[in-house]
Design a protein around this ligand. Structure first.
Ligand SMILES: CC(C)(COP(=O)(O)OP(=O)(O)OC[C@H]1O[C@@H](n2cnc3c(N)ncnc32)[C@H](O)[C@@H]1OP(=O)(O)O)[C@@H](O)C(=O)NCCC(=O)NCCS
Length: 237
């Protein structure tokens, strides 16, 4: 962990120090180390040199003074998992969630999901209902994290279909729907994850997925899990 802390800036170190529980501090530190290293690989600056600013609606972005405007990133962390996504020339959003049955009740679904999503959830076989809940949840999160709006956006102003994944907007906006590409990832048996990209001019994408494991002694192992043409909606193994 000391190696990770070395590339964080003063704000990040201060935030890492404010967590009450040590595992939360470790997850935060690992996420920001991962982000800085992913940016270093994509953007030709050392990990410690990146500085951040806040974009519209509070979404973190790269400090415009670094003149790396085409790069966009997003982070997500949950118990046991950190995810970071970086892209060029598009907006990106990522979400990971621990699939905890206590967080997937019908009441929560009624509150957060659209009528069509609730219908889809009720139609899912009982043994797949929790996974379906978290598929919808992570997909919805990726959309509001891509735009940066978070909960400022009404969650019933868009709705997901699954198998294949597709989004529709309310009021209907077919052109806007065509700007979005979504992927579902399967990082572990207990976590759901999704990734979204919004491009003004859709073009082919390549997807590289790396997993990072933090050992008990703080050692970090990175493994390349997938690299290939990014087929929308696919679930890379
Ligand atoms: C930040 C937000 C967009 C997501 O929060 P979250 O799901 O708790 O957290 P995640 O771990 O996925 O993401 C946190 C990261 O997103 C990034 N982030 C912060 N504000 C953001 C914003 N406005 N847009 C996109 N990303 C944001 C940050 O990098 C943050 O990590 P950091 O604090 O270590 O820098 C939150 O404001 C939000 O609106 N959450 C909605 C939760 C919800 O009820 N969703 C219902 C889905 S159906």
């Amino acid at each position: 962990m000391d190696n990770c802390r070395r590339c964080l800036d003063a704000d990040e170190l201060a935030r890492a120090g404010r967590f009450y529980f040590e595992p939360d501090s470790i997850i935060y530190t690992a996420a920001h180390w991962l982000l800085r290293n992913a940016l270093a690989e994509a953007g030709d600056l050392p990990a410690a040199a990146w500085r951040f600013a806040t974009g519209p609606h509070g979404k973190p972005r790269i400090d415009p003074a670094l003149r790396r405007d085409a790069l966009s990133f997003n982070l997500s962390h949950t118990k046991g998992l950190v995810a970071c996504a970086v892209t060029l020339g598009a907006e990106i959003g990522i979400d990971v969630e621990l699939m905890d049955p206590r967080r997937s009740s019908p009441e929560i679904a009624e509150h957060f999901f659209s009528a069509a999503e609730n219908k889809l959830l009720r139609a899912a076989p009982a043994e797949r209902r929790m996974r379906t809940f978290f598929r919808l949840w992570t997909l919805k999160e990726t959309l509001i994290k891509t735009t940066g709006e978070g909960l400022q956006r009404a969650l019933d102003s868009f709705s997901f279909e699954l198998d294949p994944v597709a989004v529709t907007f309310r009021p209907a906006d077919v052109e806007e729907a065509a700007r979005w590409t979504f992927w579902e990832l399967a990082p572990t048996a207990h976590h759901a994850a999704a990734l979204a990209i919004r491009q003004d001019m859709p073009r082919p994408l390549r997807l590289v997925i790396k997993t990072l494991r933090i050992d008990g002694d703080g050692g970090i192992t990175i493994k390349q899990q997938h690299e290939g043409d990014a087929v929308p909606g696919c679930r890379p193994k």
